[in-house]
Design a protein. Structure first.
Lengths: 297, 215, 296
């Protein structure tokens, strides 16, 4: 941490005070931890046999959780690919010079960003059947994720395209390229490279949103965890509940941390690249908008 | 149409539930988030570590998992909460992590030269924070903070999966009606959310323009 | 560097814990599989649902995934319970082995639409027969007679003996189920909390978030079995809930076939055997008298 903005580098008195504060702070943290652990132990939650179920292949639990993780990733990948493709199209559409393209596209984007993802999923799963189209839980979840994220990604791509130096577009047009060629060959590649960290962060958001599938019965990780808890509760009593939920929660956290690390790695690589380093931080146009720091919401 | 009128009461009370859930969780998130941001920039390492752990934990966990733990996991440490307070706690705790990040980035975005200049002028830590740093940080913080709260309002819909009769939960409940009626209910739900989020977005935009730093 | 340290620690933990075995895993190793006799020479009239299913060699059965004793999903991905066994009996008469059955989860709220849309061939999911539902689907059976009952915390602190005592109290049930409708219509002073599945109701009762859970007595028995020290059954069923097998409206030949199969299973003991191996394990009692089939 570089020289902090808010205070001078500490002198001897301040250092002493900080040391006292550190000790007190550490005691408080440890105290809280102790209380939680004691209560858990009191309920028998720390018994290693209970936690062993997460690793015991005979119980079928690790396999079930593993398959549920695969199903989670399946719906996430399908939605991500579809949302990216549609997001690029919508971004280009929103930047179009023709009003008859721009206005409907803008309305579409703003509509899907204004309503909760769960409402979109519910509408596809519960309301659509009344009109004759029956979607499976997988289809409703994937389609819902796609529709919602294509709007978010459209805004991200649009910011990226707008942040490319105007000279690029002018030079390309001066060379005689048509507008489509300018977009495809010159603007989009640069925009994508610049927005790559934000895009990858959006994958984390999407993965977290797959857990909404449990509400409509899609057997992703959380739904599978609940099903396992019901089965084990019935056969063995309420002794595995916390363990399985903690296990599922940890799996989410691990995967998301992994993806975030990849995002940071990519950001470092692109920053060291001279062409992108020349440009400063990018401001996404129009609140409400997901910038790099609160993507993840 | 008749179906919609019959169920309007349900929709209205569901809307009010969403509104109150958003307000309460928002207040909790703001307070807790500010405390966390302060902890993250403080010189005391254990507090910094605790706050960083909290923020990273909630940023990488889905809100549904947080709900599960609050409603069904807390009883394992003898803390039972009923559904609505549980939803407030879950959404509030989750959002506070993002509020903390927004505020922290605001503080860090203030030019260090400002703090140095204020120290050189002899202002104390408290004075430089109050008079110089925080007002400038506030300006940078408004758009992302607004974004966070608008997303929070949308996230309250997850309480529908945990027996809180808020706006989204009306859709699965009224499923056996005919197509036209369902569509009206869907419209009502969408309008209900927009009544909350669109004015918020508008207000954030206006506020941002008013406090924008002209260079 | 840091990453490898964490990875090593995690791996070590995993190895240690893998050495421990869980009670669940040990029991699973000892569990035996119940078998059903599959009919070998099946011959049905062309054009009937039975013929189509027998030719396809597979049947899609909708059942519950969260009801102990009747339809509960095990970690291997297949449901277990009395409803599942009945489904296997019917499939066996079509010449379809249990491994070839495709099970689908049908929750209380979507049983009719799944049948109407053809997403399942039959529904065996603690499906109560009533007149309103008969307008949307056909019912074979009943194959069991349950009754609506109430489950409370052990010791019955609020002294709830019947549905009238629910007035002013918080009672939990499942969206779209007959018991929930019953409370809503006939006992409006009771405060109804609705979830999508019964396990959430059970959790809510444990946590004191609701005062009682109401549904069919066999389902409640299963929930009590999961927590015998925490729950108890009031034990005064106040309705009659005949469980039937739902199928497409108007398919009379299929309905007759299923009814014939059920009656045969009542006679030859396979119905009782199915009960003993599943729901009977919870109640601890012998199989009750089979109900009389209603051919309407």
């Amino acid at each position: 941490m570089s020289a902090p903005v808010l205070f001078d580098l500490p002198g001897p008195k301040a250092k002493a005070r900080i040391r006292i504060g550190t000790v007190i702070g550490a005691l408080v943290v440890l105290g809280l931890l102790a209380i939680v652990l004691l209560r858990l132990n009191g309920n028998g939650q720390l018994n290693p046999n209970r936690w062993a179920i997460l690793f015991d292949p005979n119980s079928g639990v690790p396999q079930a959780l593993g398959q549920a993780l695969v199903r989670t990733l399946q719906v996430a990948i399908v939605a991500m690919v579809a949302a990216t493709v549609l997001g690029v199209l919508l971004a280009v559409g929103r930047l179009s010079e023709h009003r008859w393209v721009r206005i409907p596209v803008t309305t579409l984007i703003e509509f899907f960003r204004a309503i909760p993802l769960l409402v979109v999923i519910f509408a596809l799963y519960f309301v659509l059947p009344a009109f004759g189209a029956d979607l499976s839980a997988f289809a409703a979840l994937a389609l819902g994720l796609t529709l919602y994220n294509m709007a978010v990604l459209a805004e991200i791509f649009r910011a990226g395209i707008l942040s490319v130096d105007k000279g690029q577009r002018e030079a390309a047009l001066a060379l005689g390229m048509r507008k489509t060629q300018v977009m495809v060959l010159v603007l989009l590649p640069q925009a994508t490279r610049r927005m790559l960290p934000v895009l990858i962060a959006q994958i984390v958001v999407l993965l977290k949103d797959t857990s909404l599938g449990f509400i409509i019965g899609y057997f992703e990780l959380l739904r599978q965890a609940r099903s396992l808890v019901e089965f084990l509760n019935f056969n063995f009593g309420n002794i595995y509940t916390l363990q399985i939920y903690v296990g599922a929660g940890l799996m989410y956290i691990l995967i998301n941390v992994l993806i975030s690390q990849i995002a940071k790695f990519v950001e470092k690589r692109t920053r060291s690249n001279a062409t992108t380093a020349a440009v400063g931080a990018i401001d996404l146009p129009n609140a409400p908008v997901t910038t790099g720091l609160n993507s993840g919401l | 149409m008749q179906f919609f009128i019959d169920n309007f009461d349900t929709l209205l009370s569901a809307f009010l539930t969403t509104l109150s859930l958003s307000l309460l969780a928002g207040v909790m998130a703001l307070v807790l988030g500010t405390v966390l941001a302060a902890m993250r920039v403080s010189p005391i390492p254990p507090l910094r570590a605790l706050a960083t752990f909290y923020v990273e934990l909630f940023r990488n966990t889905p809100l549904t998992v947080v709900f599960f733990f609050v409603i069904f996991g807390l009883p394992q440490i003898d803390t039972v909460v009923s559904f609505f307070p549980g939803a407030v706690i879950a959404v509030g705790a989750y959002t506070s992590a993002f509020v903390a990040e927004a505020i922290r980035s605001g503080i860090n975005s203030v030019n260090p030269g400002q703090a140095e200049a204020s120290r050189a002028l002899g202002l104390t830590f408290g004075q430089s924070l109050r008079e110089i740093v925080l007002p400038q940080a506030f300006r940078t913080v408004i758009p992302p903070l607004g974004s966070v709260f608008i997303a929070m309002v949308k996230n309250t819909s997850i309480a529908a999966g945990f027996s809180v009769t808020e706006l989204s939960s009306t859709l699965p409940r009224l499923v056996n009606a005919d197509a036209g009626a369902l569509l009206l209910v869907l419209l009502g739900v969408v309008v209900g959310y927009m009544i909350i989020t669109l004015p918020m977005a508008f207000a954030v935009n206006r506020l941002e323009r008013r406090v924008a730093i002209l260079r | 560097m840091r990453l490898t340290r964490y990875a090593a620690a995690a791996a070590a933990l995993g190895v240690v814990l893998a050495g421990c075995s869980s009670e669940a895993g040990n029991q699973n190793e000892d569990a035996a599989d119940a078998t059903v006799e599959v009919e070998q020479n099946v011959d049905f009239e062309a054009g009937t649902t039975m013929a189509a299913l027998a030719d396809a060699g597979t049947i899609t059965i909708g059942t519950k995934y969260d009801q102990p004793g009747f339809g509960l999903l095990n970690p291997n991905g297949t449901p277990e319970g009395f409803d599942v066994e009945i489904g296997k009996l019917i499939a066996a008469q079509l010449g379809i082995a249990p491994e070839d059955i495709e099970f689908v989860e049908t929750v209380s709220a979507n049983r009719e639409s799944f049948i109407q849309n053809g997403q399942v061939d039959i529904v065996v999911a603690t499906y109560t027969i009533n007149d309103a539902r008969k307008e949307l689907v056909d019912f074979a059976g009943p194959y069991y007679e349950a009754g609506q009952d109430i489950m409370v915390a052990a010791g019955n602190p609020l002294g709830i003996e019947g549905p009238d005592d629910l007035a002013g109290n918080n009672v939990c049930s499942v969206e779209g189920s007959t018991p929930a409708e019953n409370i809503r219509t006939n006992y409006p002073e009771a405060q109804l909390t609705l979830f999508d599945v019964y396990s959430k109701c059970a959790d809510a009762l444990t946590n004191g978030q609701v005062d009682a859970v109401t549904t069919d007595n066999v389902i409640l028995t299963g929930l009590v079995a999961g927590n015998p020290d925490g729950f108890e059954l009031v034990g005064n069923p106040f309705t009659e809930e005949p469980y039937g097998i739902g199928l497409m409206l108007g398919d009379t030949e299929f309905r007759n076939f299923i009814n014939d199969t059920l009656e045969a299973s009542f006679e030859d003991g396979s119905w009782a055997a199915a009960w003993d191996s599943t729901a009977g394990q919870i109640t601890g009692e012998d199989a009750p008298e089979p109900p009389s089939i209603d051919r309407y």
